[in-house]
Write a protein that binds this ligand. Structure first.
Ligand SMILES: Cc1cc2nc3c(=O)[nH]c(=O)nc-3n(C[C@H](O)[C@H](O)[C@H](O)COP(=O)(O)OP(=O)(O)OC[C@H]3O[C@@H](n4cnc5c(N)ncnc54)[C@H](O)[C@@H]3O)c2cc1C
Length: 574
């Protein structure tokens, strides 16, 4: 089946929905999503969305700007960060008007709490900057934006999985997707296409990310010659439930929770004397792993405790009900009475498809644009987060840059004619599907995936070194071979999730290879990228973004300077 729209949006998380609400003012919009729209991972966001409203204590967008630059270890592009922090207050007011039920202060203002790395007076002390809706902030915003799209003329295609983006030279023509319910391939012609397909935490064994966070569209874009930026920077959130990776929001520490080691010490006092448990995530994850390596895990084991027993029960019930329930359901622990066992969990991709501040995708390190192709949200890298994202800045990023991309596409569609996807693009996708269905190989997708994810976790997580990364890259090439040898039992067309899992695994393995290669070439430690063999940040040689390209010779790199406007790199002490 063939469709024609002005704008096509792949993904219905906050970035996709916010862009849709904007683009629909200028023309027809289709939103493709492999999940039902409100099941997007954005709905799992717990802790909050950052904006210097100053409702609870003095704050300013300038402090927010500084904290974001420093939190990102000075790799973030400061033009993008300034846009995000300056636009934050307007964004929250807009969301409030759209009906997001934010938690309130006693006098009725939007309530705010502390979060990692958010400070007043350029690092003097923690500040209350996170606007929240209990610990279901993402859910509240997702539903409000979805309802808004419902009032407009946005056409939703739920349970449609994008399989390819179609290019004609340097122009994007739209995308091809499978209707998961029927197996039918649909061609979506569009003047402008936005990739808003979210993160790819499923590259790692232990992750807070949803099953669907497999980075399909990054893999597709990379195959089409689009570079991927800063892929070595993957954030590990310090507090995943031990053994499961399910997230316990930083809001728990914002409300007074503390991290405790096997000796009963509040160890963050040693690593970040000023803001302690509210240091940025990269620092806390390294501190936890160091405590464990040096034998100070709980009972000498590989976890530490998050202790929120000192937080008032009323606050737990009102502001952290969801995570309290998670602890009871998954760990059998009442967190008001016992500490929670935690370990870092793969959480957020700082790297992704390179864009400018209006969502336009760059085809190279000089910023030349791919005509008609846009990206926003976690899959994109406008570099508002640099080498390490601060909590609450991702939800902000999705709505600020989603909106900007929506506006830019609205303008762009007036300047181009209709696109027409050719038959052979559709045939190529069908052939790939046939090849998986007809494969007689011996491998099982689930087994290959589990081994791959464990390998990435063992060799490329919180700490990295040349030896492990070199072995990892060698081993990953065998996974590419194993991928071709996977066969599936389901040969049908309706809801063939077994087939789709094989396709997703292909993208995961390709992204794992880019992450590993990017991590190997960056010979310094910065933000979430901690090299044991190069423990220092090296601004002289590495104050630049990595651009990874797919070539016949494998992954190759080019570099782009960091945009430094207001804050020069300095020592990162907390
Ligand atoms: C547990 C958890 C808690 C978090 N808490 C916070 C928080 O408190 N504050 C904060 O700022 N950030 C938080 N984050 C991060 C933040 O939620 C995400 O980075 C952000 O919501 C991503 O939004 P998105 O719109 O880019 O993508 P997502 O919300 O992930 O949506 C991706 C969309 O793409 C679609 N899709 C993907 N692949 C395809 C395909 N091949 N074809 C069609 N559709 C496709 C999916 O169906 C989905 O609709 C949290 C993340 C997690 C995992």
């Amino acid at each position: 089946m063939t469709h024609y729209f002005d704008t096509l949006i792949i993904g219905s998380g906050l970035a996709g929905l916010r862009a849709a609400g904007e683009a629909v003012k200028k023309g027809s919009v289709a939103v493709l999503t492999k999940l039902y729209p409100t099941r997007s991972h954005s709905g799992a966001a717990q802790g909050g969305i950052g904006a210097a409203l100053g409702n609870e204590e003095p704050d300013s967008p300038e402090w927010h700007f500084y904290d974001t630059v420093k939190g990102g270890d000075f790799l973030g592009d400061q033009d993008a960060i300034e846009v995000m922090c300056e636009d934050a207050i307007r964004t929250i007011v807009e969301l409030e008007h759209l009906g997001v039920p934010f938690s309130r202060t006693p006098e009725g203002k939007i309530a705010q709490r502390r979060f990692g790395g958010h400070t007043r007076d350029f690092g003097a002390a923690p500040v209350r900057r996170a606007c929240y809706s209990a610990d279901r902030t993402g859910h509240a915003i997702l539903y409000a934006l979805y309802e808004q799209c419902g009032h407009e003329r946005v056409d939703f295609f739920p349970e449609f999985q994008a399989l390819d983006i179609v290019m004609d030279g340097n122009r994007c023509l739209g995308a091809l997707a499978v209707n998961i319910r029927t197996g039918e391939i649909h061609a979506f012609n569009a003047k402008a296409t936005l990739v808003a397909s979210g993160g790819y935490g499923r590259v790692f064994k232990t992750t807070s990310n949803a099953i669907a966070s497999t980075g399909d569209c990054l893999g597709i874009a990379f195959n089409k010659g689009v570079p991927l930026e800063d892929m070595e920077f993957f954030q590990f959130h310090p507090t995943g439930l031990y053994g499961l990776g399910i997230l316990i929001t930083e809001g728990a520490r914002g409300e007074g929770g503390m991290l405790i080691n096997g000796k009963g010490e509040r160890f963050m006092e040693r690593y970040a004397p000023t803001i302690k448990d509210l240091a940025p995530r990269d620092m806390i994850s390294r501190a936890i792993m160091t405590e464990i390596r040096e034998g100070r895990g709980i009972g000498g084991r590989d976890y530490v405790h998050l202790d929120i027993t000192g937080v008032d029960k009323k606050i737990l019930n009102e502001r952290l009900p969801e995570i309290s329930a998670f602890c009871k359901i998954y760990m059998g622990i009442d967190p008001s009475e016992k500490p929670i066992p935690v370990l870092p969990t793969a959480h957020y991709a700082m790297g992704g498809i390179p864009t400018d501040i209006d969502g336009r995708v760059s085809r190279d390190e000089t910023g030349e644009v791919v005509k008609g192709l846009y990206a926003a949200g976690e899959c994109a890298c406008v570099s508002a987060h640099g080498a390490n994202r601060l909590g609450c800045n991702s939800l902000l990023d999705t709505v600020v840059f989603g909106r900007r991309a929506g506006m830019a596409m609205g303008e762009f569609i007036g300047s181009v004619g209709k696109s027409e996807i050719k038959r052979d693009a559709v045939d190529a996708v069908k052939e790939n599907i046939e090849a998986v269905i007809n494969s007689k190989g011996k491998e099982k997708a689930g087994e290959v995936r589990a081994e791959f994810q464990k390998l990435m976790m063992d060799k490329c997580s919180v700490f990295r070194n040349e030896k492990d990364l070199t072995t990892l890259i060698q081993e990953l090439s065998s996974f590419k071979e194993r991928l071709k040898d996977i066969s599936i039992k389901d040969k049908g067309s309706a809801f063939n999730t077994e087939l789709l899992e094989v396709i997703e695994l292909g993208h995961l393995i390709a992204l794992g290879e880019v992450i590993a290669a990017s991590a190997l070439q960056r010979k310094e430690s910065r933000g979430a990228h901690a090299r044991e063999d190069y423990p220092k940040r090296d601004d002289e040689n590495w104050l630049k973004h990595t651009f990874a390209f797919k070539t016949d010779r494998g992954v190759e790199f080019k570099y782009k300077p960091v945009v430094v406007t207001r804050f020069k790199p300095e020592d990162r002490k907390y």
